[in-house]
Design a protein around this ligand. Structure first.
Ligand SMILES: [Zn+2]
Length: 314
């Protein structure tokens, strides 16, 4: 089996930031002294024992004790990144709404002769630009929520923050759909084609904007505590597009040739890296192995079935 290096996720992110000329935030090292048995060479700089946000200190001494559960708190670094993503998302959404406004303006004004190809190209082009801007904004917005999730305790804020992409999608396309179908200047066939394009864009943008598995402070806390209960530390292994994270770097799902770069980091890092990680997060093979090693058995809540485990990453 060829040796596959494991990349420390936070160091890699710090390098990326440095390359972009951003200030590198104080590194939050992953305590890795008794990391899972690693045949693979684990890329890891010297550890400095700085306090981590999620249960770490008493972790080793606290096997699955629910009294020691700790609440997840996003790091300042994650919050800063989330803010940047949110600002860019809002700018893209505003630009998307601008495209929509232009389409509505042109239609209401009767500016275009729709027997002219150029008019069609401009109108459809604006709708497509609107769609791309809104969807890319939604992706960034979701990423920000994975970095800095809302709490379920504030129900309204939790809903709005997680589903804002879908809300924006409705604002960005429903008015133009209504204008197209009520426009008396448009002939039947033109109305049909333009209306169909706008409707498809509306549905696509809403579906891509909905967060079907909204991340929450509570979910992250539970998942981190589960990992700590199993291994004594908040350390997992994951890939860019994998749907689960692992407790052992030599898990069969990670050592396959098709597996891409394997990262090590916290549960939070895994979420930040892979949007594919949803409710079923912990590799069931790793979970069973850790339970056997510790002689404990946790509730089968969050673990994934083998079938849903690691999908080959690009
Ligand atoms: Zn695994």
């Amino acid at each position: 089996m060829p040796e596959k290096p494991i990349v420390n996720w936070e160091e890699q992110q710090a390098k990326k930031s440095a390359a972009k000329g951003e200030t590198v935030p104080a590194k939050r090292p992953v305590t890795k002294a008794e990391a899972a048995p690693a045949e693979n060479s684990v890329v890891q700089a010297a550890d400095k024992p700085i306090k981590k946000p999620v249960a770490q200190a008493e972790a080793a001494a606290a096997p699955a004790a629910h009294s020691t559960l700790q609440t997840f708190v996003a790091t300042q670094e994650a919050k800063d990144k989330a803010s940047t993503n949110r600002i860019i998302a809002v700018i893209l959404w505003v630009l998307g709404l601008g495209c929509e406004a232009a389409v509505i303006y042109f239609l209401l004004k009767g500016t275009f002769n729709l027997h002219n190809t150029l008019s069609w190209v401009i109108l459809i082009g604006l709708l497509v630009a609107d769609l791309i801007l809104v969807v890319v904004g939604s992706m960034l917005w979701k990423k920000a929520n994975r970095l800095d999730p809302a709490s379920k305790k504030e129900k309204l804020r939790f809903f709005v923050q997680n589903q804002l992409g879908a809300i924006i999608a409705i604002i960005a396309f429903l008015p133009v759909v209504i204008v197209i179908f009520t426009d008396k200047n448009l002939e039947g066939k033109q109305k049909g084609v333009l209306g169909a394009v706008a409707c498809v864009a509306l549905v696509a943008a809403v579906l891509l904007g909905i967060n079907f598995n909204p991340p929450s402070v509570e979910q992250y806390s539970e998942q981190a505590n589960e990992v700590v209960a199993l291994t004594g530390q908040n350390l997992v292994y994951f890939t860019t597009y994998g749907s689960v994270y692992h407790l052992y770097s030599d898990c069969t799902y990670l050592t396959r040739a098709t597996t891409g770069t394997v990262y090590s980091g916290t549960v939070q890092d895994a979420h930040a890296q892979s949007s594919a990680i949803t409710e079923s997060t912990l590799c069931s093979v790793c979970k069973a192995r850790a339970e056997a090693a510790r002689g404990i058995s946790l509730a089968p809540d969050a673990s994934a079935s083998p079938a849903a485990a690691e999908t080959p990453a690009a």
